[in-house]
Design a protein around this ligand. Structure first.
Ligand code: ADP
Length: 650
């Protein structure tokens, strides 16, 4: 026979001494008195039972009714009854607790109960565990012979063996040891060792037997050790020394080998606190108190089913047709905290397994704060991305603008070259003509046979000089026209003015303008593009030539000067031509402003853009006679820079 849940605390039988007998009688009298008082209380709450529809249900427990499992089942049963049944229910509880005290309650207790309840109508009796059923069957003639009876939490075999004529309905309990083993192996498929912790009470032994049977097919795969009869502290010490991949099964521990009794759930808490390996079990009441997982029956479901059966018993629908209902199916339940503690993955659990006590992760706990941070990060990322894109676009636009500017500068230089074509042709023509004359003279002298060696050398020297002059002009022009890319090098501004003078010499002569240079600047090192600065000077000088064209030849004078100033080196181009009308003065640097018939109005705009790109300033002034243009470029820093580049000055 399966003894449920409680172990006998004192298995030995003591002979009753007269004193003990007296004590027992006093206790019986007190018990009867309290029973009568309770019955009276019921009668007061339920005056005379006649006229009241309150159902009175007597629950007789064969063991400690305060074990966590029974508390859970009992409260689920009461809740379900309160919800589903119309009309009040009066619950009366008796505990014979045979299992704990180890002695069959004899006829005396039956007699006391019969007496206690003789004036109380009982509508249904609920018998919890096998000792309660045994007691009832033995004394049923004396105890509520008419009341319908429902039992629960007995072994399925026990239920099958109940006498046919007993007319009892009930719900047996099926403990799923094999299910617990399956759950453990699902979580720890590589485990090679298992430890089963159990107690010494008959109930503990039944549990151990259940695990033995469930583990026997795995003999080749798992090496199993049984820790039986140790106190929870001793067992905990052993479990503390286990490897993390050991599987521990808890088979209840009501009593240890020394006869000390425990509540299994409390014992489990002691084990769990120390165990290095996860623990599995078969009772729902232990989930949340140390089991990592288990195959357990739902005590809530049991309580609800029991309530249904009790209601049917009260209604009389079970009369003559007793039913044995199947126990609620066992199902996998796990404790999220224990899984986390032992590093077990909930994903390995069998499908449909319920995981309780899942501690919310950081994002679940702080979801709205996380959302805010994520949104802020997203906004920041979008902002940074858009700024980077903008920067990229701006850079691309700048590059394209720069390229266009360079092309514009080049085009404007080509235009200047076009303007100078006549004078350049003249300038090249002169040395070429001289070369030809010298060559003719040499030929004549050779033919006349009068040519001396000295004379020939003189003629050749003249030819070389003229050739060099012509090639110098071409070299300067090529430097002005060929290059497109902008340079940033150190160069001498005086030198740039001198080189420009070379380019414009013939043009000045052609236009009959007297150009004078006064290069007074002592420090003229600047950083930038010498060709572009030359372009500025050429522009200013050609404008001065244009302005001089309309005045008498005597007034056609242009002064080009360099000088040191506080802000850098200054270049000024002064003419005595037509001058600038005061109204036009603020617009002369605007693009497309021109007072000339064939002017494009780009020269000064380009000049200003070049000067400003070199960090300088440019200005125009209208003088009493003529006009003056000045630009100032900052001096190059004295150190950390390359030497003035000869190549940049033509
Ligand atoms: P463009 O020479 O094609 O007209 P510029 O930008 O070089 O274009 O000059 C713009 C205008 O500034 C000229 O049309 C002219 O009216 C005025 N200007 C420039 N330089 C002088 C100068 N030295 N004397 C008088 N006016 C000048």
């Amino acid at each position: 026979m399966l003894h449920y849940i409680a172990a006998p605390m004192t298995p030995r039988r003591l002979p009753l001494s007269p004193a003990r007998r007296l004590l027992l009688m006093v206790l019986c009298a007190l018990h009867l008195a309290s029973g009568a008082a309770r019955a009276q209380a019921v009668a007061v709450a339920d005056p005379g039972r006649g006229g009241s529809d309150a159902a009175q249900v007597l629950v007789i427990s064969g063991t400690d009714p305060y074990l966590p499992a029974f508390v859970a089942i009992d409260s689920a049963m009461r809740d379900a009854m309160a919800r589903r049944r119309q009309g009040p229910v009066v619950w009366i509880h008796e505990s014979i607790d045979t299992a704990r005290f180890g002695r069959e309650p004899g006829p005396m207790l039956a007699q006391l109960l019969a007496r206690k309840y003789e004036s109380v109508d009982i509508d249904a009796v609920v018998l919890v565990t096998e000792p309660a059923v045994d007691f009832y069957l033995r004394h049923r003639e004396r105890l509520w012979p008419e009341a319908p009876v429902v039992f629960h939490f007995v072994a399925p075999g026990y239920a099958e063996r109940l006498p046919a004529g007993a007319g009892l309905s009930g719900i047996p309990a099926q403990v799923d040891f094999a299910g617990a083993v399956r759950v453990a192996l699902a979580l720890q498929p590589n485990a090679r060792r298992a430890v089963v912790v159990g107690g010494f009470s008959p109930f503990d032994e039944v549990q151990l037997a259940g695990f033995r049977e469930a583990l026997s097919p795995l003999a080749g795969r798992l090496q199993v050790e049984y820790l039986v009869g140790l106190s929870p502290q001793q067992a905990a010490e052993r479990l503390a020394g286990e490897m993390r991949d050991t599987i521990v099964f808890f088979a209840t521990l009501f009593r240890d080998a020394d006869g000390r009794v425990y509540v299994p759930r409390t014992a489990l808490e002691t084990l769990t606190a120390a165990s290095s390996a996860p623990i599995y079990g078969v009772y729902e009441s232990q989930i949340g108190h140390g089991l990592a997982a288990g195959a357990v029956e739902s005590f809530t479901a049991r309580g609800e089913r029991l309530a249904d059966l009790v209601m049917r018993a009260i209604d009389g629908s079970l009369a003559g047709r007793p039913v044995i209902e199947p126990p609620p199916p066992s199902r996998c339940v796990a404790d999220g905290r224990q899984l986390k503690r032992y590093g077990l993955s909930a994903r390995s659990l069998p499908a449909g397994c319920e995981v309780r006590f899942v501690e919310p992760g950081f994002f679940e706990r702080y979801w709205w704060q996380s959302l805010l941070v994520a949104l802020a990060l997203l906004a920041q990322t979008l902002l940074i991305t858009s700024l980077l894109l903008q920067r990229r676009r701006r850079r691309a636009a700048e590059l394209s603008m720069q390229a266009q500017r360079v092309q514009l500068l080049h085009a404007s230089r080509l235009a200047v070259a076009g303007e100078l074509t006549a004078s350049i042709a003249h300038e090249i023509n002169q040395p070429l003509g001289a070369i030809l004359s010298n060559a003719d003279a040499a030929e004549m002298l050779v033919q006349s046979g009068t040519m001396g060696r000295e004379e020939l050398l003189q003629i050749l020297a003249d030819i070389r000089r003229d050739d060099l002059r012509a090639s110098e002009v071409i070299k300067r022009l090529r430097a002005l026209l060929a290059r497109q890319e902008t340079e940033r090098r150190r160069f001498d501004l005086n030198e740039a003015v001198r080189s420009t003078a070379g380019i414009l010499r013939a043009e000045a002569r052609r236009r009959e303008v007297d150009v004078a240079y006064d290069l007074r600047a002592e420090r003229a090192d600047v950083l930038g593009d010498a060709v572009q600065i030359q372009q500025v000077i050429i522009n200013l000088m050609l404008n001065a030539f244009d302005a001089s064209a309309e005045v008498p030849e005597a007034a056609r004078r242009v002064r080009v000067e360099t000088r040191d100033t506080a802000n850098g080196v200054q270049v000024s181009v002064r003419d005595f031509g037509v001058g600038i009308a005061l109204a036009d003065l603020p617009r002369v640097f605007d693009s497309f402003f021109s007072t000339k018939r064939s002017g494009m109005g780009l020269g000064l705009a380009i000049a200003r853009s070049i000067v400003e790109a070199h960090g300088g300033t440019i200005s125009a002034a209208s003088c009493e006679v003529g006009a003056e243009f000045r630009f100032i470029l900052p001096l190059a820093p004295a150190a950390d820079l390359p030497e003035p580049a000869a190549a940049s000055t033509p």
